[in-house]
Structures are given as structure tokens and as C-alpha cells.
Design a protein around this ligand. Structure first.
Ligand code: MUC
Ligand code: MG
Length: 375
């Protein structure tokens, strides 16, 4: 039999700057807009795969910036892929991993694009390429990060009314601790049992502060505490995980699948935030999920505030998971005022609905892309 190979012909990286609905305040950075790196991977059968490699706040969050992602793909990763078998994702990703350390954000966008292309080729949604979905929708949390308590309460109440979100994550850590604690407790008291309220400290506290603050948060009905201290302080994370009355989730601590393994081995968190960008793609993030499942660590579907492409690449992986006890935060597209795809992902009844059309289930809107791409 003759097997005609489909080859990867080109990889294009496009930086896109999109406005946000309001400033989004995190401990390390205030976002006034979001920058996406969109990847178009063209194959010899005419099929194009889409991927996205997006981070938060330039270099404020992680080791890769939009500009470095683009440069590293253009100069180092794309040349390794061009001429390779487009249908063999194992071989393609192995080739990248052999030649390039780290760079999980860049690799995640490329792996997503390969999956999108292969799904379109076979007529299957990416979730089915990943072994098959066990659910169609994902409950999605919303982040309250206006920086103003009254505004945040009004925003949460509106989200409850329109049945879009009933899980709220508050970004704290930038300000003075006692002020942050008051802010969080005021929001929890205003929302009561109608909502799950959680916090993300983005590594801003030290262990001495975190010990006291986690206790106060837990005692006041906060359901989850995300990354309270530095990813570098492993023994502090282990102690906090033993002492905090509210469960501790690892986010920044996971910069690779191997990080996930060593966190699990050390007992440094009881929940993992799964992010395709931190692991190297939708398949890579499932390896971290499997480590967590084996270790009895609960799962949460995280985001780097990607646009629609990165959000659905994450969602296709997350719908294959047995249990997502803490649900997801795949609300990235809702934080942006503009779309670059023809049909935006659908959010209804507290859930993101994951398309059953081939690939990721998205098409680029060429005009909008041309307008918003960085010149
Ligand atoms: C993070 O650290 O979790 C996810 C949601 C959000 O508002 O910020 C991000 C990053
Ligand atoms: Mg986080």
C-alpha cells in the first residue's frame, strides 16, 4: 500500500493586540489589553491548523513574552517542523522537545495547531483525537479584578443574574494584606451561599503572612487559595498545604509536567491548575492531569486569559477528564471586547459549550485579524 504523507508546509505567527472590557488587576501586573500570539500551520493537503500561545503582562507572569514566543517559533521551532509529517503529532512534538528546552507556551500553540489540522483532516473534534469527551460543557469561573469592592460585588451579582458564572476568583496580593482580606470577606458576605468565592494571590505573600491569611480566608468561607507564595519556596508550600483550612492550589508552581510530578511527590498542593501553556499543549496538560489523578490531587481547568483559540484548545482537553472537581476559568474571550474568529465560543447556563465540529471548531475572521494584528 502507498501511504501519501501530508507535510507541514509553513508556520506563521501573528501578534494580535485586543482591548479588555476593563482593566484586569493582578498582583504582578494590571492588564489594559491582552496580546495573543496566533499560529497558522499550513499543510500540503491545504489544511490549516490554528493554535494560540498567549501569556499575561509581557514578562510579568512567566518566562516567555509574546515577542519572544514569536521570535522563538519563527527562528527555532518552525524550521524544525517544516517538511515533517503533519499527521504524526508524537513525532513532531518529540522533535521540538529534543531541540528546545522549556518554551512550553510556544510549544502549546504549535501542538494545538497540529491537533486542529489533524482534526479537520479526519473530520473529528480535537476532544475525540484526545481519546473522547466525557462531557460537553465546562462550568466557568469569572475573575473579579476591577480593584474596587463595590464594583466587584455588582459585577458578580450581574453574572449570577444572567446565569453566566457562579464561581468567582478574586485577584489579591498587590495591596496591603488586611485590606485585601477585608475586600475578599466583604464580597463573600455579599454573595453568601449563592456563589463559590476563591482567591488567587499570584505568589505575592511570604510564608509568615500566608499562614495567618489562609487561616482567616478559610474561616470566612473562602473555598480555595491559589498560589499564595512563591513557586520557589517549595518547603513553605508543603507547610501551608498542611496547615491552611482552605485547600491550596498550585498555579505558577507548575511550569512543566515534571514540576507537577515533583509537587505531587512533595505534597505541596491539593489542587492543580491545569494550563496548556504551562505544560506544552493540550496533550501535555493531560499528562499533568494524570499525575494529579494518580496522586489524589484535585483538578481545575486554568487559563492564561487566552482568546477563543487557546480557550477552546484547553477546553477540548478538559472535556476528556474524568473529574474536574473545581471546574474551570476558561473565560478569556469574555474579557476581550473584540473577536478574531467568525463564531465566538458559546457561554450559557454557567457553562462553556465545546464544539463538536472538526478540529478546535473555529475559523479566523480574516478582516478582523488584519485589523488587530500588530503592524
Ligand atoms: C492566573 O494566575 O491564574 C487566570 C484568570 C485570571 O484572571 O488571571 C489568570 C492568571
Ligand atoms: Mg493563578
Amino acid at each position: 500500500i502507498e501511504v501519501s504523507q501530508v507535510l507541514i508546509e509553513s508556520v506563521e505567527t501573528i501578534i494580535v493586540d485586543l482591548p479588555t472590557i476593563r482593566p484586569h488587576k493582578l498582583a504582578m501586573h494590571t492588564m489594559q489589553h491582552q496580546t495573543l500570539v496566533v499560529i497558522r500551520l499550513r499543510c500540503s493537503d491545504g489544511i490549516e491548523g490554528l493554535g494560540e500561545s498567549t501569556t499575561i503582562g509581557g514578562l510579568a507572569y512567566g518566562n516567555e513574552s509574546p515577542e519572544s514566543i514569536k521570535q522563538n517559533i519563527d527562528s527555532h521551532l518552525a524550521p524544525l517542523l517544516i517538511g515533517q509529517d503533519a499527521a504524526n503529532i508524537n513525532a513532531a512534538m518529540l522533535r521540538l522537545d529534543k531541540a528546545a528546552k522549556g518554551n512550553t507556551f510556544a510549544k502549546s500553540g504549535l501542538e494545538s495547531a497540529l491537533l486542529d489540522a489533524q482534526g479537520k483532516r479526519l473530520g473529528l473534534p480535537v476532544s475525540e483525537l484526545l481519546g473522547g469527551r466525557v462531557r460537553d460543557g465546562l462550568e466557568v469561573a469569572w475573575t473579579l479584578a476591577s480593584g474596587d469592592t463595590a464594583k466587584d460585588i455588582a459585577e458578580a451579582q450581574h453574572m449570577l443574574e444572567i446565569r453566566r458564572h457562579r464561581i468567582f476568583k478574586l485577584k489579591i496580593g498587590a495591596g496591603e494584606v488586611d485590606r485585601d482580606l477585608k475586600h475578599v470577606i466583604a464580597i463573600k458576605q455579599a454573595l453568601g451561599d449563592t456563589a463559590s468565592v476563591r482567591v488567587d494571590v499570584n505568589q505575592a505573600w511570604d510564608e509568615s503572612v500566608a499562614l495567618r491569611a489562609c487561616r482567616i480566608l478559610g474561616d470566612n468561607g473562602i473555598d480555595l487559595i491559589e498560589q499564595p507564595i512563591s513557586r520557589i519556596n517549595r518547603s513553605g508550600q508543603v507547610r501551608l498545604n498542611q496547615r491552611s483550612p482552605a485547600p491550596i492550589m498550585a498555579d505558577e508552581s507548575i511550569e512543566s509536567v515534571e514540576d507537577a510530578f515533583s509537587l505531587a511527590a512533595d505534597g505541596a498542593a491539593s489542587i492543580f491548575a491545569l494550563k496548556i501553556a504551562k505544560n506544552g499543549g493540550p496533550r501535555a496538560v493531560l499528562r499533568t492531569a494524570q499525575i494529579a489523578e494518580a496522586a489524589g490531587i484535585a483538578l481545575y481547568g486554568g487559563t492564561m486569559l487566552e482568546g477563543s483559540i487557546g480557550t477552546l484548545a484547553s477546553a477540548h482537553a478538559f472535556v476528556t477528564l474524568k473529574q474536574l472537581t473545581w471546574h474551570t476559568e476558561l473565560f478569556g474571550p469574555l474579557l476581550l471586547t473584540e473577536e478574531i474568529v467568525t463564531e465566538a465560543p458559546v457561554y450559557r447556563d454557567f457553562q462553556l459549550h465545546v464544539p463538536r465540529t472538526p478540529g478546535l471548531g473555529l475559523a479566523l475572521d480574516e478582516e478582523r485579524l488584519a485589523f488587530f494584528r500588530r503592524k
